[in-house]
Design a protein around this ligand. Sequence first.
Ligand SMILES: Nc1ncnc2c1ncn2[C@@H]1O[C@H](COP(=O)(O)OP(=O)(O)OP(=O)(O)O)[C@@H](O)[C@H]1O
Ligand SMILES: [Mg+2]
Length: 307
Amino acid sequence: MSPQPTGQEASVVVPEAPVTSGDTPIAKAAEAAVGVRGAAKREAWPRPNRCRIMTIANQKGGVGKTTTAVNLAASLSQHGIRVLVIDLDPQGNASTALDVDHHVGVDSVYHVLVEELPMTEVVREVEGMPGLYCAPASIDLAGAEIELVPLVARENRLMRAIEALDTATFDYVLIDCPPSLGLLTVNALAAAEEVLIPIQCEYYALEGLEQLLRTVEMVRGHLNPKLRISTILLTMYDGRTRLATQVAEDVRSHFGDVVLQTIIPRSVRVSEAPSYGQSVITYDPASSGAVAYAEAARELAYRAVTS
Ligand SMILES: Nc1ncnc2c1ncn2[C@@H]1O[C@H](COP(=O)(O)OP(=O)(O)OP(=O)(O)O)[C@@H](O)[C@H]1O
Ligand SMILES: [Mg+2]
């Protein structure tokens, strides 16, 4: 069956790739020809006046939180922007994708939250990616949800750790949350000014979103009045299905301008990249997923200037 055309497609930046395989040699050659690969051609993107602290949250699992954190961060850093990724998920997927050591025993975000180790002690520069830094998560962090409970100001521990960090060193801090609305995610929401919600273009995507929005409201009301949902990113778009298009339209009509124009397509390269300890931005820069994430990052950077 051929893809169903929709009116939506005209108004969004959907990388061509999801309709066919997308990561074909021809697509790569075409994208390479327009300069995707050339570091020399990379323009400097605007840096925000002060550090943007963004929490990437959605309690639904596997919607692309980590992939989004890692690839937006990698793209931004390639354009002269200094980015810290804080891995707040005990799974440590962002640390794996950025190839930052996070085995048990390594000082990590767990020690920052529970033992008040300064954040600077755990931040590592990502090899081969100047300007990109990661505060890794180890599996210890799984215990933090419980260990934080009796501690003073348990919801504000990440906020305090980030406050003590010299945020002038970074243009962006991206916090990758676990798939839950527990204390770790609440800490991330309390520490940020912006929430970025990745939404997977599939049937159940909007289920549970209400609960996330309520949690954001609760944190805004009680802990962090500056918090706002600034960005929604549609992920894993499969242009062959009408359903994906329908979900994208629903999200857009519900959330309006906070939804980035760029939609991230499903791309095999995106899912392969972490096993090489890389973002797709470096693993296969001309792939449809890399091109889309670079475009989403560019939107994010320019929106900061105009909003
Ligand atoms: N655009 C994409 N195309 C293909 N695969 C993708 C894409 N985005 C993410 N994936 C894959 O989907 C899976 C889930 O993505 P990811 O780990 O980023 O989600 P998550 O929301 O962080 O998950 P969790 O809730 O477990 O933390 C991963 O295997 C990832 O490689
Ligand atoms: Mg994740």
